[in-house]
Design a binder for this molecule. Structure first.
Ligand code: HEM
Length: 454
């Protein structure tokens, strides 16, 4: 167990030693190995080269900061040296504003986070538990015994619907395809080296226009239904907020914030639920334990905050899924001020990835790291509490604003699903392949409904 890691990134040195370069192919660099098994590639190179190394892909190179050292650096001082501003530039340009939470820094960023904090909190989603259960049941009720379901597609639609209803009091089903097209294209341009030409294509422009229409609807229609007979939500908070100088936000500045729950949640939460279904169906003893627990708790009471607190095995399964199948395995950044790390120089302008998920696979923190073990997070083991060990929601100033509510959403979807249906992997011989779409999710993963319970 690592007790303490001390970071001194500012140390002056005459040496400008470059981190080791991972050997790769002449033109492709490390691209193939990174595509085949991205996290496995990072773990292997951490074990070989240590906490800092460089990788190349066509037209780009990245410095990787990995393992507990990289995580502690990111949580303690990373924001002094690293920025997201350049990376999200093309995305915020699509809105015609610089006011976009992931791009902002310093006091303006803190101010916006403070405005959004209540709407994104665990407490804000609790009144919606019955709605989360009802919408999950509506999805499951459409499934027939013997039917094959492509899990990711079904859960993505469910998650978007739930986000629309809880954050904005609006059912966004008609906009689902447009939201996905718009966000995925932007994320692929921002993070995966797609050409900006993708932002000029007809299909994309159509989707963008529809997404802007949705945002304007949320902004203009919201005050017409004031929060008297409904919960006050995230959009109410935004519409009443002012910027750092006490001025109301313009419509252009509100649009990316209004849409941020969809961007933040539509892929990540759906992918984690899908991986969790996969992991449970592959580990039948765990599935039995978690299902028995859910049924026992819900036999006594409807799903509530206290019911969820009793579901310790379900919680362990969610935590373990976030560890083994991280939705954001790295934090992409660029260097705004040169710094020293583990004896190497990292220079201004370089592209960096803080490989937060590497620690998730280190035996020193998580013994038998490739075993789905839902008891790791219980007393006295608490393996995730070790410094630098566990960071599925990121680290530093931009750590996920919605991590508390997300945990509730995932547990509610999964408890409802496990209570209502028994599933099998179809075909049973399915071998997991992770595809980046753009966040990691199981490729061609289907299940078959074998039983339904009422
Ligand atoms: C399992 C689900 C989720 C995971 C694993 C996840 C992960 C993350 C990570 C790693 C970051 C930091 C990105 C960075 O620093 O570059 C982040 C930021 C953020 N997430 Fe999440 N997220 C999840 C769900 C959600 C949901 C459901 C929402 C909204 C409803 C959301 C909203 C946000 C926002 C607004 C930020 C930006 C915070 C900032 O820049 O200050 N996330 N998330």
């Amino acid at each position: 167990m690592i007790e303490k890691i001390t970071i001194d990134a500012s140390r002056e040195t005459n040496q400008k030693l470059k981190p080791p370069l991972v050997p790769g192919l002449p033109l492709l660099g490390n691209a193939l190995r990174m595509t085949n098994n991205f996290v496995g590639f990072l773990v292997k190179n951490y074990q070989q080269f240590g906490s800092i190394f460089r990788v190349k892909v066509p037209n780009q190179s990245f410095t990787i900061l990995a393992g507990p050292e990289g995580n502690v650096f990111m949580s303690q001082v990373g924001d002094n040296y690293l920025t997201l501003s350049e990376i999200w530039k093309s995305y915020s340009q699509e809105y015609g504003t610089d006011i976009f939470i992931s791009r902002m820094e310093g006091s303006a960023h803190r101010h916006l986070r403070q405005i959004m904090n209540r709407g994104y909190s665990r407490e804000a989603i609790l009144p919606y538990l019955p709605l989360l259960v009802e919408t999950t049941e509506q999805m499951v009720n459409q499934w027939q015994i013997g039917q094959r379901i492509k899990v990711i597609d079904a859960i993505r639609q469910l998650v978007v619907r739930q986000l629309g209803l809880t954050f904005a009091n609006y059912e966004p089903d008609d906009y689902f395809q447009d939201l996905r097209h718009f966000f995925c294209t932007n994320i692929n341009v921002a993070f995966k080296g797609w050409s900006e030409k993708a932002l000029g294509r007809q299909g994309y422009l159509k989707a963008k226009a529809r997404v802007m229409e949705l945002a304007r609807k949320l902004i203009t229609h919201h005050p017409a239904v004031p929060p008297i007979n409904r919960e006050r939500n995230f959009i109410d908070d935004l519409l009443e907020a002012t910027d750092e100088n006490g001025q109301p936000f313009s419509e252009a500045a509100l649009i990316p914030q209004v849409l941020s729950p969809f961007l933040g949640g539509m892929e990540t939460t759906a992918n984690i639920c899908t991986f969790m279904i996969f992991a449970l169906l592959k580990n039948l003893e765990v599935l039995e334990r978690v299902t028995a627990e859910v049924n026992a708790v819900l036999a006594k009471q409807p799903l509530s905050a206290s019911a969820l607190r009793e579901m310790k095995s379900l919680h362990g399964a969610a935590m373990e899924t976030l560890r083994m199948y991280p939705s954001s395995p790295v934090l992409p950044r660029s260097v705004k001020q040169s710094f020293q790390f583990a004896g190497y120089s990292v220079e201004r302008g370089e592209q960096v990835m803080v490989a937060t998920s590497v620690s998730h696979f280190l035996d020193q923190f998580f013994p038998n790291p490739y075993t789905f073990d839902i008891d790791r997070y219980r007393e006295p083991r608490n393996e995730h509490h070790q410094p630098g060990a566990y960071a599925p929601f990121g680290l530093g100033a931009h750590v996920c604003l919605a991590k508390g509510m997300t945990e509730i959403q995932i547990m509610t979807i999964m408890a409802t699903l496990l209570r209502r249906v028994k599933l099998h992997i179809d075909p049973p011989s399915y071998k997991l392949k992770t595809v980046y779409n753009p966040n990691p999710c199981p490729k061609n993963f289907w299940v078959q409904v074998v039983e339904r319970h009422h």
